[in-house]
Design a protein around this ligand. Structure first.
Ligand SMILES: [Zn+2]
Length: 196
């Protein structure tokens, strides 16, 4: 998953525009018999708090806008994140345009974080891959990819968008979305097999 995050050029949108980030270190509680999604832990290297992996989630409104990294609401520092190589290249090339404002942007962003993380309660979160919700999660992802790959990318590289191509793409991403949702369901709901 980390390798995918680093290499997939499509994730530039998630990282640079939406501000979705992936921490450098994620841990998994191997002593709990809960499904994997409830066992994920993200350590803060500054204060050594083990955050629940679901702290940064769409339900909490904290999955996005994390442009400078994942905010630690215990010590007000930033948990280091990995960066997609394409995002890195874009940031490097455009550095002369935004480099001047980096400090100010970061300070403003940092100032807004405490209130975003004030009322986080991970225990109340629904499992996005529970029972039948994986279908919805998968299809939403498929639809997002459909829009990006069928309209956004061709728009920028000047390729013609035809009805035939769009329909084909819709079919591919519907199936792809369901496939993705199902794999995620298997992955995140996996519980550790108890030793006999
Ligand atoms: Zn911390």
């Amino acid at each position: 998953m980390v390798l995918h995050w680093i290499l997939n050029p499509g994730l530039v949108v998630n990282e640079l525009i939406l501000g979705q980030r992936v921490p450098k270190i994620s841990l998994e509680d191997k002593t709990s018999d809960k499904p994997r999604i409830e066992r994920g832990l993200i350590p803060c290297p500054h204060c050594e708090t083990l955050h629940d992996g679901r702290t940064w989630s769409t339900e909490n409104g904290t999955a996005f806008k994390n442009w400078f990294g994942l905010y630690c609401n215990n010590c007000n520092n930033i948990i280091p994140c990995i960066i997609n190589v394409w995002s890195f290249l874009i940031l490097a090339i455009t550095f002369p345009f935004w480099g001047w404002f980096r400090k100010r942007l970061k300070n403003n962003w940092l100032k807004n974080q405490p209130q975003r993380f004030k009322n986080i309660d991970v225990e109340k979160l629904p499992n996005p891959f529970d029972k039948k919700t994986w279908v919805k999660t998968g299809l939403s992802w498929g639809f997002f990819m459909f829009i990006i790959m069928t309209f956004l990318f061709p728009y920028f590289d000047g390729t013609e968008i035809t009805l035939k191509k769009a329909l084909l793409s819709l079919i591919i991403w519907t199936i792809g979305g369901l496939f993705f949702g199902y794999i995620m369901k298997l992955f995140f709901n996996a519980a550790i097999k108890k030793q006999q």
